[in-house]
Design a protein around this ligand. Structure first.
Ligand code: KIV
Length: 277
């Protein structure tokens, strides 16, 4: 194995070439400091529209706007040096027509400098994906459970449990592959279906609640850090529990302010470090 430190940013071609070679590691990021911390450890930083729920306290992702995604995309780009940064297209910014999708994807790409966009949808979005990829916009597709379609899909539930649903997801995977997506997120999908379509298509599948059979995995960073507890899906593994640490830190600070312990002399301008200095 090479000891050379890779500083060049990963591209969509690098991710595409990982199929069958090495798992693709993806986490969400919405801010510069988090992007800086995650960047050395992941291949892709996804500026997901999950930020509506995680950062802004929304009940669904439907209220997220293009401007919100662009602002957070810029912030993540400032913190990421090595990872490919992918920015989600929010609800109603691409479903109307391929032309609408291109106009908004072009804004995301040119204003943030990110490497690709992500959009939800299978066969119904194939024409749009082909339109974008044919015009210089790399696309990460997203099929299976699609949070932007929560109102028509009957809520957040696992997909592919019966033959009809399995056939739909497999057809969606083939359609987005043929349309030119460089990889595809498979969300909330039963293992046998995720396994079958991963074997079937030529691009990497990035699973979230879709088993280890996928070519890579993505999770929401705040979920694995224990920073978002409104709702924790079954497929999330909590690697750390940072909420109590943050709570304790705020409580320690508040206690010191109230007791006039903070700020100490060392934090003040115009005072010697100790009274006798
Ligand atoms: O919005 C998001 O963060 C996502 C991932 C969870 C796949 O779409």
């Amino acid at each position: 194995m090479s000891t050379e430190i890779r500083t060049k940013r990963l591209t969509t071609r690098d991710i595409r070439a990982r199929k069958g070679v090495e798992p693709v590691v993806v986490l969400t990021a919405y801010t510069t400091p988090m992007a800086r911390l995650l960047d050395p450890h992941v291949d892709v930083l996804l500026v997901g529209d999950s930020l509506g729920m995680v950062l802004y306290g929304m009940d669904t992702t439907l209220g997220v706007t293009l401007d919100m995604m662009i602002n957070h995309g810029k912030a993540v780009m400032r913190g990421a040096q090595r990872s490919l940064v992918v920015v989600d297209m929010p609800f109603a910014s691409y479903q109307e027509s391929p032309q609408q999708a291109f106009r908004n994807a072009a804004r995301i790409m040119s204003e943030t400098g990110c490497g690709a966009v992500k959009l939800e949808g299978g066969r119904e979005m194939a024409e749009t994906i082909a339109f974008l990829t044919g015009r210089g916009v790399p696309v990460m597709a997203h099929i299976g459970l699609m949070p932007q379609a929560v109102n028509t899909a009957g809520g957040f539930r696992a997909h592919g449990r019966n033959e009809d649903e399995a056939a739909v997801i497999r057809a969606d995977a083939r359609a987005v592959t043929e349309a030119g997506a460089f990889c595809v997120v498979i969300e909330g999908t039963v293992e046998p279906v995720a396994r079958a379509l991963t074997a079937e298509i030529a691009i990497p599948t990035i699973g979230i609640g879709a088993s280890a059979a996928c070519d890579g995995q993505v999770l929401v960073t705040e979920d694995i850090m224990g920073l978002f507890s409104d709702f924790t899906p079954k497929f999330v593994k909590r690697y750390a529990d940072l909420s109590p640490i943050i709570s304790q830190t705020a409580s320690d600070y508040a206690a010191e302010v109230k007791a006039r312990i903070f700020p100490g002399r060392e934090h003040c301008f115009g005072l010697p470090k100790t009274p006798k200095d």
